[in-house]
Write a protein that binds this ligand. Structure first.
Ligand SMILES: Cc1cc2nc3c(=O)[nH]c(=O)nc-3n(C[C@H](O)[C@H](O)[C@H](O)COP(=O)(O)OP(=O)(O)OC[C@H]3O[C@@H](n4cnc5c(N)ncnc54)[C@H](O)[C@@H]3O)c2cc1C
Length: 293
């Protein structure tokens, strides 16, 4: 029996439908991960059943806005919208840059930011960016609403019946001092071997006052690397400093993953990519200061 499909008109209706469906209810947005999963189940002889609750059109999950210095990103934003939205391009060029690197145009046109977190992939590009930016996810269910750091939610996952409504984050003080890097096998598929998002806050003289650095695909879920962030603070940037921070990132990966055959390639590759990305973020901030404090 195929799953039933529901297009609710509002968030409370979606929450109630999921609560009623129990463990067989699933949230669906762009379907780029979920359809692949359901097809795999069917091919394995496990006929998918239950209820699919399509949240992509819910009004509560749409758009991006800036209020009192805080940005709000709806969970139903597609990566194409993240790429083109004027507010995101101005205040979160890091997210726009990462969105451009997601899959193909067909995928970007339907794949959502909420689905990127809901899928709990270690390599989720949008989640790596949101983690670096310290974004907080707002989640709703029939039991009410709660908030959690994206970085934590990526590790812990959602409770049954929960819907990601959107993400709140402070507008970066130096929006242009940012860079996203990603190493992939094939552009057509786009899933990262590893990805890295860096957002720096620069002082007037180019010193780094704050840093958010997150890495994906080398940990169980995308997460920040506080040791690398701390190495950048209050220092005058130099090639040695970028290399030390990059080394801290690849050391963290080695601690998390242990010695594996792939580390012979991954460890120096991550260190090199990280050093270049951090320096690029800083140089972009210097060249185009934006709203420096
Ligand atoms: C060919 C291809 C290329 C891809 N390339 C990339 C890439 O380069 N980078 C990348 O990061 N990903 C990539 N992906 C993975 C996928 O496109 C992304 O993870 C996407 O963001 C998923 O969003 P969606 O709206 O399609 O989610 P769906 O498939 O609809 O859902 C995914 C999961 O999240 C849950 N979910 C969805 N929305 C919500 C919500 N609002 N609240 C709670 N749970 C929710 C669903 O229940 C499901 O478990 C690729 C996938 C394919 C098929």
């Amino acid at each position: 029996m195929s799953p039933e499909y529901l297009t609710p008109a509002s968030l409370p209706e979606a929450c109630a439908a999921l609560a009623q469906a129990g463990p067989t209810g699933r949230v669906m947005a762009g379907g780029t991960d979920l359809m692949v999963e359901l097809r795999a189940r069917r091919l394995a002889g496990l006929e998918p059943s239950g209820l699919l609750v399509d949240v992509a059109g819910l009004p509560e999950l749409q758009g991006a806005r800036l209020e009192n210095g805080e940005l709000w990103l709806g969970a139903a934003l597609t990566f194409s919208q993240c790429q083109d939205h004027p507010l995101i391009r101005e205040h979160l060029p890091l997210l726009a840059e990462a969105a451009r690197r997601v899959g193909s145009l067909q995928i970007r046109n339907v794949a959502t930011l909420g689905g990127n977190l809901g899928n709990r992939s270690a390599a989720a590009d949008g989640v790596t960016v949101l983690a670096a930016l310290g974004a907080v996810a707002r989640v709703a269910s029939a039991a009410g609403q709660r908030q959690a750091l994206v970085e934590h939610l990526a590790g812990q996952g959602l409770a049954p019946g929960e819907i990601i409504v959107g993400f709140a984050l402070p507008a970066p003080a130096s929006p242009t001092a940012a860079a996203f890097a990603k190493v992939i096998r094939r552009q057509a598929v786009g899933i990262a071997r590893f990805n890295l998002a860096a957002q720096l806050t620069l002082e007037g003289d180019g010193q780094i006052a704050a840093a958010g650095i997150a890495v994906g695909a080398v940990f169980p879920s995308p997460r920040r690397v506080p040791e690398a962030e701390a190495l950048l603070l209050g220092r005058r940037p130099s090639p040695e400093m970028w290399e030390q921070a990059a080394q801290a990132i690849s050391d963290d990966m080695l601690r998390a993953c242990g010695e594996r055959p792939s580390m012979v390639y991954k460890e120096p590759a991550l260190a090199r990519v990280a050093a270049s990305a951090l320096e690029l973020a800083w140089r972009r901030g210097l060249a185009n200061p934006g709203r420096r404090p």
